[in-house]
Design a protein around this ligand. Structure first.
Ligand code: SF4
Length: 373
């Protein structure tokens, strides 16, 4: 049987994981307990791409969104089935993303179902005319825990040029106000490219004025609409890490990174110098699971290596046993300088960026300035 990852050479198991299933899984009632050394029992977050439909045309869009929903998107019942599995695994967070989840007419019942089943939820909404004040209050009432909103520049000109829609900046400011009125915590998502790098200081000052709960900084991965030339260089990544670290010590919102795993290495280096600031990073296939609009499971929305489908297999089994996830959890398989780096277990680099730029998910992080000791 050939490995579904990228060829047998990367696969720790030539059996599709069955040996590990037999040896290590103990099924007790509804729960699946797994005893595999070094394997996290549950991811920190399951990100569900509720739809790829969206009325915006953002330049950094991961999915090359389109206005209409895909006919094979998970139905309401299938979405409930996904939530049941997330609840059973006791995953701390279900993050609904898109596209624009507001394009789904059943969004409120889905959020309500998650709340009823004890699954904390967050939602990334596009700031289109679909996002109105009443919707924010309805989502809060339905049990939504956090609203994530994109803001890529401190000025209307810069932000709107990213979003491909005039007036998006104004709608973003309105949405933040409505969330605060509804007592719904706000996370700001910012994608950093060479186009908005010089605006970073002004953006941070703007965020400080807003009473946000968290700021998630996305580091580019080349995807449908993103060219390699827009990525920051390794040195620019390093300079941004220094700025995030300094900012984290003087603001009262949490700073997270997406596809910036080496920020964890930067923070670990600072801690070694005796200073402290938390690094909140999600690792492709380790602490993060991505479920597509049709139920396919991936290690990240930016890493298109399918590991299974929640319609045919339990999510817990895909996470624990699929060769894709197992391989990404095994830092000894990393190549190049990531493979010999003393930080490979706290960092490991962006597997999505490595795959996008080299076609090998285990290759060294293409945008890291660090030279391993
Ligand atoms: S070399 Fe790789 S593992 Fe080491 S800090 Fe850089 S990205 Fe992380």
């Amino acid at each position: 049987m050939s490995c579904s990852l990228v060829g047998d050479q990367h696969c720790a198991l030539s059996c599709g994981g069955q040996a590990a299933r037999n040896a290590s899984a103990i099924s007790t009632g509804d729960s699946l307990y797994v005893k595999l050394q070094g394997v996290e029992q549950v991811p920190s977050v399951v990100v569900w791409e509720a739809t790829q439909a969206c009325d915006m045309k953002c330049v950094q869009c991961r999915v090359n969104s389109r206005p209409h929903r895909h006919p094979l998107e998970l139905s309401t019942a299938e979405a409930f089935h996904l939530i049941d599995q997330v609840a059973k695994m006791k995953v701390p967070l279900l993050a609904l993303t898109g596209g624009d989840p507001l394009k789904r007419a059943d969004l409120l019942p889905i959020v309500q179902y998650a709340a009823r089943n004890g699954v904390p939820s967050a939602l990334t909404a596009s700031t289109t005319p679909l996002l109105v004040r009443q919707t924010v209050f309805d989502l809060k009432q339905s049990g939504l825990g956090t609203m994530a909103i994109g803001l890529d520049g401190s000025t209307p000109q810069l932000h709107d040029s990213f979003r491909g829609a005039q007036g998006s900046y104004k709608r973003t400011q309105d949405a933040i106000s409505w969330c605060q009125e509804a007592n719904l915590p706000v996370q700001i998502n910012t994608t950093l490219t060479r186009r908005n790098l010089d605006d970073l200081d002004d953006l941070i000052e703007l965020l400080i004025q807003k009473k946000i709960a968290s700021w998630n900084v996305f580091f580019l991965v080349p995807t449908a609409r993103v060219q390699v030339g827009e990525l920051l260089t390794a040195d620019q990544h390093e300079a941004v890490f220094a700025k995030l670290y300094e900012t984290s010590k003087r603001v009262n919102f949490e700073i997270k990174t997406t596809e910036g795993q080496h920020y964890a290495r930067f923070v670990a280096q600072q801690k070694a110098k005796g200073t402290k600031a938390p690094a909140k990073e999600l690792y492709d296939g380790r602490s993060l699971v991505f479920v597509s609009h049709t139920g396919e499971v991936y290690p990240s929305g930016f890493l298109p290596l399918p590991a299974g489908n929640i319609l045919w297999e339990p999510l817990a089994e895909i996470y624990q046993y699929s060769p894709v996830f197992r391989s990404l959890r095994d830092s000894s398989q990393l190549k190049g300088k990531c493979g010999r780096c003393e930080f490979r277990d706290v960092c490991g680099g962006s597997r999505a960026r490595a795959y996008a730029m080299t076609n090998d998910p285990l290759a060294e992080e293409p945008r890291c300035a660090y030279t391993p000791a």
